[in-house]
Design a protein around this ligand. Structure first.
Ligand code: GLN
Length: 483
């Protein structure tokens, strides 16, 4: 069946003309239409447009101008702008908003001949860890539909896990690609900050946001990373480097690889079963020659608190643009201030409002030094401590998440626990480091992810190491109970 294949396998079959691009796209569209009601992965699917792209892709395959992803479908998180296709960020405030332009990643995928198969569900404006903050619908974990797939890139992750798309893009501000990848047992990669253009990604916390791939194998994640990265003039934080290279991806070895395990990565909330699965994975890597040593990075436990100053501060500023004047629906009211206030009161969900208030407070005169400035100092210290680790070690390794996927609703009354889910992933955003989550094993019958973090611009090496580790952990492509 086409839909069970990886992106690399689909690309090979397209090249050898065993299947055509329209056949591939139709297979996924059909599967979405029959199966997605139970998963909630997609907010919008434009079949006609996707089929037209597939026809074009087929022409390129016929005339020899195809690129690696030509004819391969990709789902995009619905905070990534798509010209002509509604982009809501899973918020009511952007209901009906149709961007007049493509994000750089969208344009790059189109230029590569990839098929935009649909827009994936997420937590409103990417704020959340369970996809439960979507204003439209819940997303369900394919391993157990009662459970969350994680968030905020929940829909993108479900799409690849349930084989509704071979590839998807998510965004990661504090862990939103890696956490759901861990909960669903797939691969999620956050590139070095600045390697992937943020132009057209609806901004949440601009100094932390990064787009990256979700896929079922490291090879697929690397293929998609290659297609979406590279310098972009439209993003002032874009690095002056070319795309993430695929050279040497499969040539790495764990023999002699030096990995640091910060002891602080097992925080108070770590589930003992997750710890057991992690220890087993570390032993498996050791038996292939990896050298894993415990180190201390004392700022790690400060990550979540620091993040919840910096991210809301930036969000409160970024979300100021949603006033009902330029985008989305407008509420009725008396005069400009009243219209804006009502539009925002009715358009934003609870979590988004809470973040705007926290951020505004942290930035206000009198509190700025105590909160924002202090958070920036911790961020700098944390980055420095990780850089010191990268002087002695090739990578930092840790669990991706302290727990496995929990039941929908279980943490709704416990915002603190919800926020602690990003305990292990936030440091990579703070320092802008590349980080990947791959499946490491199982606990409670659910997937457990392991995270590899590399130094700034070490994206290729992180992918190469993950490719080698994926082979050793032997869990790759274990399929969830989907039909
Ligand atoms: N869970 C974190 C939050 O709610 C991270 C979200 C993200 O990475 N987009 O902010």
């Amino acid at each position: 069946m086409i839909t069970t294949l990886t992106a690399a396998e689909i690309a090979a079959k397209l090249r050898s003309k065993e299947v055509s691009a329209p056949e591939v796209t139709k297979a996924f569209l059909d599967r979405i239409s029959t199966e997605d009601a139970k998963y909630g992965a997609f907010l919008a699917v434009d079949s006609e447009r996707a089929m037209a792209q597939a026809e074009d892709a087929q022409k390129r395959i016929e005339d020899g101008t195809a690129e690696p992803l030509t004819g391969v479908p990709v789902a995009l998180k619905d905070n990534i702008s798509t010209e002509g296709i509604e982009t809501t960020c899973a918020s009511k405030i952007l209901k009906g908003y149709i961007p007049p332009y493509d994000a750089t990643v969208t344009a790059k995928l189109k230029a590569a001949g990839a098929i935009i198969i649909g827009k994936a569900n997420l937590d409103e404006f990417a704020m959340g860890s369970s996809n439960e903050n979507s204003a439209y619908k819940l997303a369900h974990n394919p391993w157990d539909l009662k459970r969350t797939p994680g968030g905020s890139s929940g829909g993108s992750t479900v799409a690849v896990t349930a084989e509704l798309a071979p590839l998807a893009l998510g965004s990661d501000t504090g862990g939103s690609i890696r956490l759901p990848a861990s909960f669903c047992g797939v691969v999620g990669f956050k590139p070095t900050y600045g390697r992937c253009s943020r132009y057209g990604l609806v901004a949440f916390a601009s100094s932390l946001d990064q787009i990256g791939p979700l896929a079922r194998t490291v090879e697929d994640a690397a293929l998609l990373s290659n297609a979406i990265t590279g310098h972009c003039n439209l993003d002032s934080t874009s690095l002056p480097h070319g795309p993430i290279s695929l050279d040497g991806l499969k040539g790495g070895s764990l023999k002699g690889m030096r990995l640091a395990f910060p002891v602080e990565m097992y925080g108070d909330g770590t589930d003992p079963e997750v710890r057991k699965a992690t220890e087993k994975a570390l032993d498996d890597l050791r038996s292939e020659g990896a050298i894993i040593e415990e180190i201390s990075i004392p700022t790690i436990p400060l990550g979540v608190t620091t993040y919840y100053i910096i991210a809301p501060a930036e969000a409160s500023s970024n979300l100021g643009r949603f006033d009902g004047v330029r985008y989305g629906p407008r509420s009725q009211g008396q005069g400009h201030i009243d219209v804006v206030a009502k539009t925002r009161a009715e358009g934003f969900g609870h979590e988004v409002k809470a973040r705007i208030m926290i951020g505004t407070y942290a930035l206000s005169a009198g509190y700025y030094d105590a909160f924002y400035l202090r958070a920036q100092q911790v961020r700098a210290a944390m980055t420095q401590q990780f850089n010191e680790a990268f002087e002695k070690y090739d990578f930092v390794i840790s669990p991706t998440a302290p727990v496995t996927a929990f039941e929908l609703g279980a943490l709704s009354q416990d915002p603190m626990q919800m926020k602690l889910l990003d305990y292990c992933t936030i440091p990579a955003n703070m320092g802008g480091f590349p980080a990947i989550s791959i499946q490491a094993g199982f606990a409670h019958g659910l997937p457990v992810g392991i995270q590899l973090m590399g130094p700034h611009m070490g994206d290729e090496r992180v992918l190469q190491a993950a490719f080698a580790a994926e082979r050793v952990l032997e869990t790759q492509r274990k399929r969830p109970p989907i039909s």
